[in-house]
Design a protein around this ligand. Structure first.
Ligand code: PEP
Ligand code: MG
Length: 748
């Protein structure tokens, strides 16, 4: 049995490199490669299968099988031993292949005479590109060294594929980053955008695959690892003062950076002929392939850490920084695995859209994207692998779909959709200065939600009458450290300046649950949404709440101030919160600061319990704002962050509408001002139902004000109210079908 040596392997890689440098068509190049590998490994057959489409592998070149089978033989993903290698993303060998389960005999290839089989995946950073196979007549048991050597070759073939070395006729020869792909994800911020990909962390391009001097190359690897360790230690020193989770990630980085196993594997790759960067990428690809099969989230996170570390090492080795000097394209669509709120804010309105491989509907990045009204699709698998900077991309933030390098028919349909929406926007703009009055003559007050200074310009342009909800926690979440009181005073004063006399309901800090500031210590909680969050923290540990209230009072300085407390669950909690505010007013007075000219103190109704609070609460509170996002999650016991259940229950479910009506009635009896500020207020049909049951003020994202106003102006709220009453009497589950019929009957 021939034994492969380091020298064999190095010679083979050099020959492959020369092939790469030669100016030949893709097919001839592939043919030559199979010949080189078969000769070098002393096998009767070497074949390369490439993916024709994500489900089909095609025999693209062979030495030893019948040439007529090339481009004729196809296997489904997972079919036969070749398909199995692709599916498992790891090598498979057999000294007696026909006896293996899953073996599929392909008569057109003439392979019946070949007994032994060794297949390795051709993959690049988790992207499956094909399978490389060697076969022999003799019942040969391929050694670990041979498997390893073939994997190294497969790595070079993967890189060559990526660099377009085999581009030619036929789909399987298309460079992997040229195909049109439609990728499904989760809609996190509505809206459509067309533009060009801007990778937050551009992919490192490895062009130097083979080394000439493995000793020198190993030294280069060690040098780069030393620099990597140094930078991780620096980061750790900086992070020591910060939060624990960040430190833990860096500790893991350090552990990997010192991992003998990882470094040894890369040294071995280099000894077999790969360049240092190709060795890093080979191990990174193997880790990514493992990532796809690991169900345990903790382990997946650790593999992600290793992936990040490999990227850092690649950047050191290739000198390619995140700052590649490339110009951000016009109409940039940001593509990233994930992104922090600070980074996203820095890009700000330069972006047309954002697509994330990970992310969560309630993450800080999502909150910022919403505030900036940038269409956002999250949980898009493989987007950072599939997309290249500059690629044409369409982001459908309403449907939660991304079209990468779309063909003309998809682009033109998408543009039609965008044009229709632009037309509708023009129509809405013409309504800007008109009130939201129904045909019945009833007026609904439409306000906007905000959380960043960047939101405020929308106040005049959207036609909002006020800011019905200012989420103050965003100022805390986007920082690395707790903001100082003076900074908060300045921010709140600027918000009031920008509001130019229109009222702003400042909601005090709603931290906890999904909104966690990195520098604030928090206990681990089994169910954070129902845990120690929002006002509960403010009442138990009032330091931050008091600082925030002082800042609000100082920012108002002689102007009216409106404060509301989040997640008030009982009347007593509201009284305590109000008392805290009053004590701060008194303190500010004593300190000689000018006080607000008028003070309104409200509560967010976000737990069903508050709807049944004693009448004294309704008499005490100046206004109530229904936080429908939380109220609905607690009413239906369906976590608003959990994709499995978050859309399960409809806002127009009759039981929820009846419950909302109960709140309206109690406010009516006690003459309490009521509004609604959850996301549903921005959905026209839902908003119409709320107006129909008597909620006379709705606060929503600025972009929703036009569509909601337009529908209200075309509707008769008395008819809506009667329609809902009829649905209730008939004992139906939901008012939505009847309301949709009603809306369809209205004249445009
Ligand atoms: C709500 O719960 O409806 C709300 C407006 O607050 P948030 O979405 O910030 O929890
Ligand atoms: Mg809430």
């Amino acid at each position: 049995m021939p034994h492969r040596t380091e020298t064999d392997s190095r010679r083979m890689l050099r020959e492959l490199r020369d092939e790469m440098a030669s100016a030949q068509p893709g097919q001839e190049r592939l043919d030559r490669i199979t010949t080189i590998i078969a000769r070098s490994m002393g096998t009767d057959v070497c074949s390369i299968y490439l993916f024709r489409n994500p489900d089909t592998l095609e025999l693209c070149a062979t030495e030893g099988l019948r040439p007529t089978a090339v481009h004729e033989t196809r296997l489904r993903f997972g079919e036969g031993l070749v398909g199995k290698v692709a599916r498992l993303a790891r090598p498979l060998k057999s000294a007696n292949a026909p006896s293996e389960s899953g073996f599929r005999y392909m008569p057109e290839t003439g392979e019946e005479v070949f007994t032994s089989f060794l297949g390795v995946p051709v993959q690049r950073l988790g992207e499956r590109l094909g399978v490389l196979v060697v076969q022999s007549k003799e019942a040969r048991d391929y050694s670990e060294d041979e498997i390893y050597g073939l994997e190294v070759v497969a790595m070079v073939i993967a890189e060559m594929t990526e660099l377009g070395a085999f581009v030619g006729e036929g789909t399987s020869f298309a460079s992997p980053h040229k195909n049109a792909v439609t990728l499904p994800g989760v809609a996190a911020q509505e809206g459509e955008a067309e533009g060009h990909v801007w990778l937050h962390q551009p992919r490192v391009v490895v062009t130097n695959l083979v080394n000439d001097d493995s000793k020198a190359e190993i030294a280069r690897l060690h040098d780069a690892i030393d620099r990597l360790r140094g930078s991780v230690d620096d980061m750790l020193n900086i992070a020591r003062a910060g939060d624990k989770e960040h430190q833990e990630v860096l500790q893991t980085y350090r552990m990997f950076a010192n991992s003998r196993g990882w470094i040894k594997r890369m040294e071995e790759d280099i000894r077999l002929g790969l360049s240092a960067e190709a060795a890093v990428e080979k191990e990174q690809s193997a880790a990514r392939a493992r990532l796809e099969t690991v169900p345990d989230q903790y382990l997946r996170d650790r593999l992600h850490d290793l992936d990040d570390l490999s990227n850092r090492l690649l950047r050191i080795l290739t000198g390619q920084g995140v700052e590649t000097g490339a110009e951000m394209p016009e109409r940039a669509i940001l593509v990233a695995r994930n992104i922090g709120p600070g980074d996203l804010l820095e890009y700000g309105r330069k972006l047309r859209g954002v697509v994330l491989e990970e992310g969560a509907v309630g993450s800080h990045a999502t909150i910022v994207a919403r505030a900036l009204a940038i269409p956002l699709v999250i949980n898009v698998p493989r987007i950072t692998t599939d997309a290249l900077s500059g690629d044409h991309i369409l982001v459908d933030g309403t449907e939660g779909v991304v079209h990468l390098r779309p063909d003309d028919s998809i682009t033109s349909a998408f543009r039609d959709k965008m044009a229709m929406q632009a037309k509708a926007q023009e129509r809405y703009a013409s309504l800007r200065d008109k009130p939201a009055v129904g045909r019945c003559g009833t007026q609904v007050i439409l306000k906007m939600n905000a959380g960043l200074m960047a939101d405020l310009p929308s106040l005049p342009t959207s036609g909002a009458e006020a800011v019905g909800l200012f989420r103050t926690e965003l100022q805390f979440l986007i920082r690395e450290r707790m903001p100082r009181r003076s900074e908060l005073v300045a921010t709140y004063a600027r918000v009031l300046d920008a509001a130019a006399g229109k009222s702003v309901h400042f909601r005090t800090l709603d931290i906890g649950s999904d909104k966690v500031a990195p520098y604030m210590k928090r206990p681990d909680e089994p169910n954070p949404a129902m845990g120690w969050r929002a006002l509960r923290v403010g009442l138990d540990k009032p330091g931050v709440l008091r600082m925030q209230l002082q800042a609000l009072i100082r920012a108002a300085a002689g102007r009216p101030l409106s404060v509301m407390f989040p997640l008030v669950a009982t009347g007593e909690e509201f009284t305590r919160a109000r008392d805290t505010l009053m004590r701060e007013i008194e303190r500010e007075r004593r300190l000689g600061h000018s006080l607000p000219s008028k003070l309104k103190v409200g509560a967010m109704m976000e737990t069903p319990s508050l709807a049944y609070a004693p009448e004294s609460f309704f008499r005490e509170v100046d206004f109530i704002s229904i936080g429908g996002n939380d109220l609905k999650q607690f009413f239906f016991a369906a976590d608003r962050e959990n994709e499995l259940v978050r859309r399960r229950y409809d806002t127009l479910n009759v039981s929820f509408l009846t419950f909302l009506q109960k709140i309206v009635d109690r406010c009516h009896e006690t003459e309490t001002v009521l509004s609604f500020c959850g996301e549903d207020a921005g959905r026209p049909v839902d908003a119409l139902a709320m107006a129909g049951i008597g909620i006379s003020a709705l606060s929503m994202r600025p972009a929703s004000i036009g569509p909601v106003k337009s529908l209200i102006r075309r509707s008769n709220l008395n008819e809506v109210s009667e329609l809902i009453a009829r649905v209730q009497v008939r004992g139906l589950e939901s008012a939505r079908p009847a309301l949709l019929d009603y809306v369809a009957s209205l004249v445009e």
